[in-house]
Design a protein around this ligand. Structure first.
Ligand code: ZN
Length: 246
């Protein structure tokens, strides 16, 4: 499996940046995981839209889906130019329904809703889902080709129960939205970079990619924050165009 970071910022992109989106390439296809602001243009640096097998969405907060409305036009144009046919499959939660419905566009994209108990096989890899601690229905995804396992944590607060889902995975893509100075009081649907590292250490993951970073917080502060989490495996902050092969 080859993972390319297309976007990692939140909640809005910085100059030339993009909010969350990841291209997963397998021996059998190409899957877009989340489709935030600026992700479509980044995707076009790597593949043509007619090469895309499917889209999998964690949840419908705008920073994870807003380029879906543009991807629908991309798919439509590929059909008009005779480069592809049939609806692009989109997998995502059933709620909130008003946003779920928007993932369908004429005959060009078709939403297939997923539940926490579902197992999907897309492009030869298996996806399973875990509801995270987040204000909107949001699914983390475990993706395996039978040899290696990636867990994409999507958006998550500190109360997600990861055990049994992410333990020992080869790559944990975990959000680290805050540095300590900006952690809000009370219930929150996000982690700090330190908490991302602590979670990775607790779960014994092999490699950690910290994502969902604010363009208003400098990367050195994030790095210091993450280093304080005591993760002893390989870790890095996400960046556009970064490739991880497993
Ligand atoms: Zn969110």
């Amino acid at each position: 499996m080859k993972l390319t970071v297309l976007g990692y910022q939140s909640p809005a992109p910085g100059p030339g940046g993009a909010t969350p989106g990841y291209l997963l390439e397998t021996a059998q296809g190409k899957i877009l995981i989340d489709c935030g602001s600026g992700v479509y243009a980044q995707l076009m640096k790597h593949i043509r839209i007619e090469e895309l097998t499917a889209v999998v969405l964690s949840h419908y907060h705008h920073d994870h889906i807003c380029d879906m409305l543009i991807l629908q036009y991309g798919v439509m144009m590929a059909e008009i130019f005779g480069k592809r046919s049939g609806a692009m499959p989109v997998f995502g939660p059933a709620e909130p329904q008003d946003w779920a419905k928007k993932m369908n566009y004429q005959k060009h994209t078709q939403l297939h809703t997923v539940k926490e108990s579902d197992t999907l096989t897309i492009a030869g890899v298996e996806f399973t889902f875990l509801r995270t601690d987040h204000p909107l229905l949001c699914y983390a995804m475990k993706i395996t080709d039978g040899k290696k396992t990636i867990v994409y944590g999507a958006d998550t607060g500190p109360e997600t129960n990861w055990h049994g889902f992410a333990d020992g995975c080869d790559l944990f893509i975990c959000e680290g939205t805050f540095t300590e100075a900006y952690v809000p009081n009370g219930k929150r649907g996000h982690l700090s970079a330190r908490e991302a590292a602590q979670t990775a250490q607790r779960l014994g993951v092999k490699q950690l990619l910290i994502t969902h970073l604010s363009p208003d917080i400098d990367r050195t502060s994030y790095e210091k924050e993450a280093a304080g989490g005591g993760f002893t495996g390989l870790w890095q902050l996400a960046d556009i165009g970064q490739v991880i092969e497993l």
